[in-house]
Design a protein around this ligand. Structure first.
Ligand SMILES: [Zn+2]
Length: 276
C-alpha cells in the first residue's frame, strides 16, 4: 500500500549513512525511499493482539492510525503515552478492515522471478514472455511476441537474468534521458531566472530508492523504473527535479510538485503497487 513508503524500521540502518560513507560522492540532498525513512525519535515494536501481529510505531503524534503494507504487514501508529489496551480496543474495532486489506495483499503477493522460458517480464508497463533459445552468443531482442533471448545455456537462470538486466539498462539509458529532457523545461519555466541546470543522469539498480538528487547536479534513477509505465517514471523525475528548489518534502516541495503534476499522489501510489 502507498504508505508502506514511510515506515521506520529500527532494524535497518539509515540509508543516508550509506551515502555519507562513500568518499567523493558529496552529499545526497534527497532520497526517494520506498522501504525506509530516516525519521528518528520513534519507537517500533512487534506486538500481537489476538490473531493480529503488528508493528506498533509510537511517536509524538496525537492520533491513532493504521495501514496495511504491500507485504500484508499491519502497522499501527500511536501517540507515545497511549496505553496498549486503548490501542488494542481500536484494533478490535477495525478487525474487518484489517482482514480485508491483508487478504487483498496476500493474494497479490508476487513470486520472485525465475528467468525461465515463458515467464513474463515487464517493459514500460507491458508484459512480455521470455523466449529462450540456445545459441553460442548471448543476446536479447524485444519483439511483439516477447523477449527473444539467446544464451549458451537456457537453464542458467543467472545468466539469463544478467542478459536481461543489461538490456534493461541500455534501454533505460535512452528512455530516462529522453524523459528528463522532456520534463526539465517544465521546471525551467516554473522557476525561470533561478538558473537551474538540467541534472546529469546516473542509472543504478537500487533496492530502496526510486531516485535521488545530488548536490553536484546528478540525478540517480533506479533502472527498475524502466518496467513501469512512462507516466510513473515521469513522476519520479519530476519529484527529483522539485528537489532542485526544495531539499526536503515540506509544504513548498509539495506545492511545486502539485503544480507540475497535479495527480502525483495517485502516481506515487500506483508506482508502489506496480513495482514492489
Ligand atoms: Zn524526495
Amino acid at each position: 500500500m502507498a504508505k508502506s513508503l514511510h515506515i521506520t524500521h529500527l532494524k535497518r540502518k539509515p540509508v543516508n549513512g550509506l551515502f555519507a560513507a562513500v568518499p567523493g560522492l558529496g552529499k545526497v540532498i534527497s532520497g526517494m525511499f520506498w522501504k525506509t525513512k530516516r525519521k528518528t525519535e520513534k519507537t517500533v515494536s512487534q506486538e500481537t493482539f489476538g490473531d493480529f501481529e503488528y508493528d506498533l510505531v509510537r511517536s509524538a503524534r496525537r492520533t491513532l492510525a493504521m495501514h496495511v503494507k504491500s507485504d500484508a504487514t499491519l502497522v499501527v501508529r500511536a501517540p507515545s503515552p497511549m496505553p496498549l489496551s486503548e490501542i488494542e480496543a481500536w484494533i478490535a474495532k477495525k478487525a474487518r478492515w484489517i482482514e480485508t486489506h491483508q487478504k487483498k495483499f496476500k493474494a497479490r503477493k508476487t513470486r520472485p522471478l525465475t528467468y525461465q522460458d515463458g515467464e513474463k517480464h515487464l517493459f514500460i508497463g507491458q508484459k512480455y514472455p521470455l523466449k529462450l533459445t540456445r545459441a553460442r552468443r548471448g543476446g536479447v531482442t524485444l519483439e511483439d511476441g516477447g523477449f527473444f533471448i539467446t544464451t549458451p545455456d537456457p537453464g542458467d537462470r543467472q545468466r539469463t537474468e544478467r542478459l536481461l538486466k543489461a538490456w534493461y539498462k541500455a534501454e533505460a539509458e535512452t528512455l530516462f534521458e529522453d524523459r528528463l529532457s522532456a520534463l526539465f523545461p517544465l521546471m525551467e519555466e516554473k522557476l525561470a531566472g533561478k538558473g537551474y541546470k538540467k541534472p546529469s543522469l546516473k542509472l543504478r539498480w537500487m533496492k530502496r530508492q526510486w531516485g535521488n538528487l545530488h548536490t553536484k547536479g546528478v540525478m540517480t534513477l533506479n533502472i527498475k523504473l524502466v518496467r513501469a509505465p512512462t507516466e510513473l517514471l515521469d513522476y519520479v523525475i519530476i519529484h527529483e527535479l522539485c528537489h532542485l528548489e526544495h531539499m526536503n518534502h515540506g509544504k513548498g516541495f509539495k506545492a511545486l510538485l502539485g503544480e507540475l503534476m497535479p495527480d502525483w499522489k495517485h502516481k506515487k501510489k500506483a508506482l508502489e503497487e506496480y513495482l514492489t
